[in-house]
Ligand binder design. Structure first.
Ligand code: PMP
Ligand code: GLN
Length: 424
């Protein structure tokens, strides 16, 4: 039924329609009920209590309109607070009504940015490994993804995410007259790399030279560990006018289920995103937008204090990174500790020798390993090859991605489960 005579086949722009790694691995979690899920990136503990309390207050508010449709491009109180938050950080006054769009998660912003700008045959440069939906969205828009892998330049026991770098010549060779867009992700999922000013300047200079739009996915902007600093590429000279920056309340406030995201950039570029959005969901959930607006307002009132969540979360996470990194190293993985985000990638191949992977039908070794590991060690992780294009999947096959925004007791459980598994 899947040939061309099938009137109701999946449109070709969606490819073969295979399940994404998220659909597949969340289904696996439901089936095998592992003792520990370090796969999909979300906290297994509560955000600061004022955040859900704010949402509860909003839904019970005397104002009946807070449970009704709000302004399509973003609830007024939210876009105003986003403008207050980002204007000082990017060194220019953001117009809340024309330069910000609120979407259903950062996914919605990525979709609006890509579908709103990419036309048939346009080339889009993507750094590998990459958050998997970029490729699918580019193809859905009729664009052609051009991949460039980050590669480790110092393979040693103490390498970190910063040692994964782009080759300058290879980078420039991807730019040409057909290049429409460059997708950047810093801090980076899955590597945890935080791009340095020098690295961003190289990308920015090429975007300017070839007149290319930069979509900068910065959902982990607050999760950057000392001594690294998050640099917004839209603040580099000549970049504001060609950059769309994307953020996520789910990541910022540890409420991934709220699915509020946003994009900001110059009005001319944002207009195209608004068109996609207005014809897709038109307006996102009002009470959740109001609760995010009030939460930003509260954090702005205690900005630059250690309690402010945007600063506290990085400290909390760097301690968790160190704990999980030590546990993984002590138990036979070769890790690449991150400088930002909440994932560690770890080379599993020394341990893989213990496992008979032949019973796993998957094509790629990391899928075989992570599935066997989930069943035998009862720990779910994500195979790194999911973050590579088909032709480069071999670069990811030696690695699994572990999420560490988990309760301390669950990080300790990782050690208990790993040791029990090693003894078997
Ligand atoms: N970009 C990256 C790099 C991500 O890791 C995620 C997952 N949170 C998203 C975008 C999507 O974010 P959201 O849950 O807000 O849609
Ligand atoms: N960004 C999260 C991760 O990388 C969630 C992905 C998703 O739910 N699609 O794990």
């Amino acid at each position: 039924m899947s040939d061309k005579t099938d009137k109701f086949r999946l449109p070709a722009r969606y490819g073969t329609g295979e399940k994404s790694v998220w659909v597949e691995y969340i289904q696996m979690v439901a089936e095998i009920k592992p003792k520990l899920n370090l796969g999909q990136g979300f906290p297994d503990y509560h955000p600061p209590s004022y955040i859900p309390d704010t949402l509860a207050d909003v839904t019970k508010s005397d104002n009946p309109l807070l449970n009704q449709y709000t302004r399509g491009f973003g609830h007024p109180r939210l876009v105003q607070n986003l403008a207050k938050l980002y204007s000082p950080l990017i060194g220019r006054q953001i117009d809340p009504m024309n330069e910000i769009l609120v979407t259903a998660g950062a996914y919605g912003s990525l979709y609006s940015a890509i579908l709103g700008h990419v036309e048939d045959g346009d080339e889009v440069i993507v750094i590998e490994p990459f958050f998997d939906c970029y490729e699918a969205m580019i193809k859905c828009a009729g664009g052609i993804p051009k991949f460039i892998p980050l590669k480790p330049n110092n393979v040693s026991a103490n390498m970190t995410a910063a040692d994964w770098v782009l080759d300058d010549k290879e980078l420039e060779s991807l730019f040409n007259d057909r290049t429409k867009m460059f997708i950047l992700n810093t801090p980076h999922n899955p590597l945890g790399k935080v791009f340095t000013r020098e690295e961003l300047e190289k990308i920015a200079n090429l975007c300017k030279k070839y007149n290319v739009l930069c979509v900068s996915d910065e959902v982990y902007e607050w999760m950057v560990f000392e001594p690294f600093k998050h640099i917004r590429i839209g603040t580099l000279p000549g970049m504001w006018e060609r950059t769309i920056t994307i953020g996520s309340a789910g990541k910022t406030f540890s409420v991934t289920g709220w699915k509020v995201g946003w994009a900001y950039g110059p009005a001319k570029l944002m207009k195209n995103l608004q068109v996609v959005h207005q014809n897709c969901i038109y307006t996102h959930c009002t009470p959740v937008q109001e609760a995010v607006a009030r939460s930003i307002e509260f954090e702005l009132s205690r900005w630059n204090t250690p309690e402010c969540y945007m600063f506290a979360i990085a400290k909390e996470l760097s301690a968790k990174r160190d704990v999980l990194n030590r546990i993984l190293k002590d138990n036979g993985f070769i890790t690449t500790p991150p400088d930002g985000g909440y994932f560690i990638i770890a080379d599993w191949t020394k341990l893989g020798k213990k496992l008979d992977l032949s019973s796993e039908p998957d094509k790629y070794r990391d899928y075989k390993f992570t599935k066997k590991f989930a069943k035998e060690a009862s720990i779910v992780t994500i195979p790194l090859s999911a973050f590579y294009s088909e032709e480069h999947k071999h670069f990811g096959e030696d690695y699994a991605r572990f999420c560490f925004i988990k309760k301390d007791e669950n990080l300790v459980l990782a050690e208990t489960l790993l040791q029990a598994w090693q003894r078997r």
